[in-house]
Design a protein around this ligand. Structure first.
Ligand SMILES: O=C(O)[C@@H](CO)OP(=O)(O)O
Length: 283
């Protein structure tokens, strides 16, 4: 604020005019200051919005460029060929049963389907169970890629069948209405996905996973974004490859399910399943 100095009496009227002028000026200045502040706020907000829009445009362009450059990856999911206990319709879980003759034929046929689709496998993952390992080896042999190492993981083992192990699936379903909960198997499969499978897909590799009914359900649920109650209805016959293709750096979001690379398979659907912790209602 300007400093006002008192003048001698002779300047009285002029002094009052000056004061009046200064008063007006001071009043206008406040209004002008407020208006300028408003203008400044508007200008700052506009600049921030413009900056945000520019950075969003830049991000979109970078993502599009990354996706264009990202390698094309493939994931083949397949349940092993028919096992001895699939044939007998018994709950198998961690019992290490072998393939039937039919199961071996199915595994070879699955390999032929992949060869016919022109797929060359970069890496193979399976469980510690012989029905899955043998199926993977037979598939690779038919694919003329038997030199590929088969990587075995506990995480890909079938869900443990607990007290149901060895029981007939139909009679159990009739007697008790069997429930199965995939949460434990989903957790261990998710760990393998994050640590091993997804990084390979990010590098554009073609990954074959030969595993079991429920581990496969957990993977399919994850990839297709299925709710726990829906995944129980997913029918996964033996030795029937599912092909997923991925473009971009985020395997799960980039998944494109190509479909079954062929029909056949001898598996019967599992009895109705329900997980009390995940679904309150009975079915
Ligand atoms: O444990 C089982 O009963 C079956 C079905 O889930 O497993 P697999 O897929 O190994 O035949």
């Amino acid at each position: 604020m300007a400093e006002l100095r008192c003048e001698p009496d002779g300047f009285g009227p002029n002094f009052r005019i000056v004061l009046f002028g200064l008063g007006c000026w001071a009043g206008d200045a406040d209004a002008a200051l407020a208006a300028a502040e408003r203008e400044l706020q508007i200008a700052l907000a506009e600049a921030a919005a413009a900056r945000e829009a520019a950075s969003a445009r830049k991000e979109t362009a970078a993502r599009a460029a990354a996706e264009e450059e990202a390698p094309h990856a493939r994931l083949v999911l397949v349940r092993h060929g028919q096992s001895e206990w699939n044939l007998a319709n018994r709950f198998t879980g961690w019992v290490d049963v072998d393939l039937t003759e039919q199961g071996m034929l199915e595994a070879r046929e699955a390999g032929r389907l992949l060869a016919a689709a022109g797929l060359e496998i970069d890496e193979v993952h399976t469980s510690l169970m012989r029905r899955a390992i043998r199926s993977a080896v037979l598939m690779l042999s038919t694919l003329n890629q038997c030199w590929l190492p088969v990587r075995k993981h506990l995480e890909l083992n079938e869900q443990h069948a607990g007290l149901l192990t060895g029981e007939n699936k139909v009679s159990c379903a009739q007697r008790w209405g069997v429930d199965q909960c995939l949460s434990a198997v989903s957790r261990r499969v998710a760990g393998l996905w994050e640590g091993t499978i997804a990084p390979a897909l990010r590098e554009g590799r073609t990954v074959l996973v030969v595993t079991h009914g429920n581990t496969l359900r957990a993977l399919v649920a994850y990839l297709d974004g299925l709710a726990p109650e829906d995944v129980y209805h997913v029918d996964l016959p033996t030795a029937t490859p599912l092909l997923y293709e991925f473009d971009g750096a985020a395997p799960r979001e980039g998944a494109r399910r190509v479909g079954r690379a062929g029909g056949g398979g001898a598996a019967r659907p599992l009895p109705g399943v329900r997980c009390p912790r995940e679904r309150g209602a009975a079915r």
